[in-house]
Write a protein that binds this ligand. Structure first.
Ligand SMILES: [Zn+2]
Ligand SMILES: [Zn+2]
Length: 153
């Protein structure tokens, strides 16, 4: 798995927003919530709740999977993360709230952000209107990541 991390400055910006949103909403800044958010804020690889749990457990042996689930959906309700994927069980979380798109490896699930002003301005077909009201648009590019390609050879 890639350990490419989010830039320190961006992590600090996300943590500051997390703290101010919690303060405004009267949400207690517990140690567990801080650590769970810090994990999603710094990892950049769009983990699901189970992966987040595995990672924070090293630092906080007392944390439960249930707490991680509840915290992630709380963060989602607070607008501090967005979710990827349709199934609630395998939902992946993303602390990047800027306009961006995803590259997804079909073999290992590696999911990485990329940016494109052209894709941000993508024109959607009018026929979409008959399916419902449009919120956000993001492009998911699927393929095989460089790590998986390497293990092929
Ligand atoms: Zn891969
Ligand atoms: Zn993302």
């Amino acid at each position: 798995m890639s350990l490419m991390k989010v830039a320190k400055q961006e992590v600090a910006r996300r943590m500051a927003r997390f703290e101010s949103v919690c303060r405004d909403e009267g949400i207690k800044l517990t140690h567990q919530r801080m650590e769970i958010f810090r994990e999603i804020a710094q990892c950049g690889d769009h983990p699901d709740a189970d992966q987040i749990y595995q990672r924070v457990r090293d630092r906080m042996p007392t944390v439960s999977l249930d707490t991680v689930y509840r915290t992630m959906w709380l963060l989602n309700d607070l607008g501090l993360v967005v979710t990827l994927g349709a199934s609630r069980e395998r939902t992946r979380f993303d602390a990047n709230l800027a306009n961006h798109h995803h590259f997804v490896c079909e073999r290992c699930g590696f999911t990485r952000d990329f940016y494109s002003e052209e894709l941000d301005r993508i024109r959607l077909p009018d026929s979409l209107g008959s399916l419902g009201e449009i919120g956000a648009t993001h492009v998911e590019v699927r393929g095989v990541c460089t790590q998986c390609l390497k293990s092929d050879t």
